[in-house]
Write a protein that binds this ligand. Sequence first.
Ligand SMILES: Cc1ncc(COP(=O)(O)O)c(C=O)c1O
Length: 422
Amino acid sequence: MDRISKNTEREPLLSFSTRIINTRFANPDIYGAISQPIYRNAAFEFPDSQTIADAFQYRTDLHTYSRISNPTVANFEEKIKTASGAGQVMALASGMAAISNTFLTLAYAGANIVASPHLFGNTFSFLQSTLSGFGVETRFVNTDDLQEITSAIDQNTCAFFAEVITNPHLEVADLPEISKILRNKNIPVIIDTTVIPWCGFDARKAGIDIEVISTTKYISGGATGIGGVIVDHDTCDWKANKKLGSLPKPKGMSRFMFKLRSEIARNIGACMSADTAAMQSLGMESLELRYKRMSGTAYGLALHLSKQNKISEVNYPGLDSSPYKAVSDRLFSDDPGAMFTVTLDSKEACYKFMDALKVIRRATNLFDNKTLVIHPSSTIYGAFSPEMKKIIGIKDNLIRFSIGLEDIDDLKKDIGQALDSI
Ligand SMILES: Cc1ncc(COP(=O)(O)O)c(C=O)c1O
């Protein structure tokens, strides 16, 4: 069922991009195609009743039905394994599907999750509104305060959750330190690592047990489709989890991944399509190249904008002015990603600035090839009450930038003329 790749073991000395580009299919294509064929079919045919029964009972790893597994999606998962070094990966229909399936797998009525409140809007809403309706409490804590995290934990804590760099607050929690506390208590560290790919950050070394990622962002290769992955580093034994701890340890799979694949994901049905998997497999091949260019441009632009007097503040963990510069330098090998925010005088100034942009697009996404801006307070968090926005830390005079692949001088010029308009 979980087609564990031998790629990582076979070619450990190859560099990041070479490993991804060289990920082989589990079964070679009969025509020798060097790109993953797209298996767009729903069902797979079997030669006899016993073989299909064996496949359903996990006695073989044959595909049965594309909601459950599919060869094109499995190949994308192989590439994610190769890139992340994790043995167990599941691709899903979106980043939110990865997040919701993860918590539906490990949480139970009466359990609690200790989390940063500084989260992407739908993630916050999923924890605060959706999961609470099923009796799962989320305890929001300041992740800069290790004591606050420790105090929030009890015997029903089923996970710690945060974003590696919070969107759009740009905070960087000291994950290795947090992980030390949680490992001692057998609580899994689950981190949304969407904004920093593995070529810029060693998630496993930072003590992360499970990564959830919106592959819509860097991985898709230019916003080619919506997708998500759950990356299980298999570093948690789950014995302390009241739901998973009593399951027998499945062979070659973590208890978490077994529950996810054999029950939760197939019941929820938010599977990744073969077309998306093929596009995103291609996107991954240029991930490192795009990431380095985008984050280098983001740093250069953030530095440039921090010197413009119409901008009150630029928030980017790579700048000396960020309180997270030291931890960011420790965790990330390159400039810390391609997202930053600027603060102007007012909401009206933000709208005027954004409306004057000619090259940069007004759109909601991250790490498209195109540079994007958005006013989070009136869009992603538009449905949240002022009190809720205060808890999440969303201000009215903030603009989020996601930097693309354009030339930095063109971006500087576009921003310059838009600033002149306010
Ligand atoms: C950090 C983060 N996590 C998760 C998501 C959700 O991803 P998706 O839109 O693929 O469901 C987003 C979307 O913007 C995000 O920014």
